[in-house]
Design a protein around this ligand. Structure first.
Ligand code: KIV
Length: 276
């Protein structure tokens, strides 16, 4: 079996406060999703700052049409696999559909992800009733990443994966939600499928780092689903914010290294990857 080469020099482990410091230092945060130890190891060696075990695994691993079928057992299993591959990158795990419908359920699910899944942070989608769960977890010393804009667990209600915040009222609502999740205790914020100008406003409004996907170049960091970043699209139409980093690179290791370089330098995403 081929294993990635050891890193030249061991990096120190990335912590949640370090991400905040990176925002303050204007150092862009490079993150990708991972679902297994081998990919996680390759990303870690490439210098990725954080790895998300996304519930996108419901689509890219389980082959479903959305993320709704993902269970807490799925998340714990994949999070634990990813943890085996990481030395330095921060491990964030998604809270699956309805696992945070009440603060008490959220505490059970988050505890499983941290203790059995070996994650260092959990991610929840939305604001509204979710603010109680964010506060409940944060008050109990569980680091929380919020997720606003297109929230894929709401796809059945939204009627599809669509760009959010396009009219003024919706844009103002997202800025307000961003303030609320920070106030509730979130220490990181994913912004998905927003007009680039709105994501920029959110990033300038909140003190916590923002990580964009389809949210333009002005977030504090970027994330892609790793399968998208390698051009594996399982027959789906490729969204405009995706770039295939394997094309032109001879290996997965080189593709991940270029992704990290391009995010850090600001080369990715370019304006063409964003929404107006
Ligand atoms: O589940 C996932 O992979 C995600 C990213 C798209 C941010 O939430």
């Amino acid at each position: 079996m081929y294993t990635s080469p050891a890193p030249q020099s061991a990096r120190s482990a990335v912590t949640v406060p370090m991400l905040l410091q990176m925002k303050r230092n204007r150092e862009r945060i490079a993150t990708l999703t991972a679902y297994d130890a081998s990919f996680a190891r390759a990303m870690d060696h490439a210098g990725i700052d954080a790895v998300l075990v996304g519930d996108s695994l419901g689509m890219v691993i389980k082959g479903g049409a959305n993320t709704v079928s993902v269970s807490i057992d799925d998340m714990v299993y994949h999070s634990r696999c990813v943890a085996q591959g990481l030395q330095s990158a921060l491990l964030i795990a998604d809270m699956p559909f309805q696992s945070y419908a009440t603060p008490e359920r959220a505490l059970d699910a988050a505890t499983a992800l941290l203790s059995e899944g070996m994650a260092s942070m959990v991610k929840l989608e939305g604001a509204g009733f979710v603010l109680d769960a964010i506060a409940f977890l944060s008050e109990r010393d569980i680091p929380v990443c919020a997720h606003l804009g297109l929230t894929p667990q709401s796809v059945l209600k939204l009627g599809g994966f669509k760009v959010q915040g396009r009219d003024e009222q919706a844009a103002l609502a997202i800025i307000e939600q961003a303030k609320q999740v920070e106030q509730a205790g979130a220490q990181l914020l994913v912004l998905e499928c927003l007009p680039s100008s709105l994501a920029k406003s959110v990033t300038e409004t909140v003190g916590i780092p923002t990580i964009g996907i389809g949210a333009g170049p002005d977030c504090d960091g970027q994330i892609l689903v790793s399968y998208d970043a390698l051009g594996i699209n399982s027959g789906h139409r490729r969204p405009r914010f995706v770039k295939d980093f394997l094309a032109g690179n001879g290996s997965i290791d080189a593709a991940f290294a270029q992704y990290v370089r391009d995010v850090k330098s600001g080369e990715f995403p370019s304006l063409e990857h964003g929404y107006a």
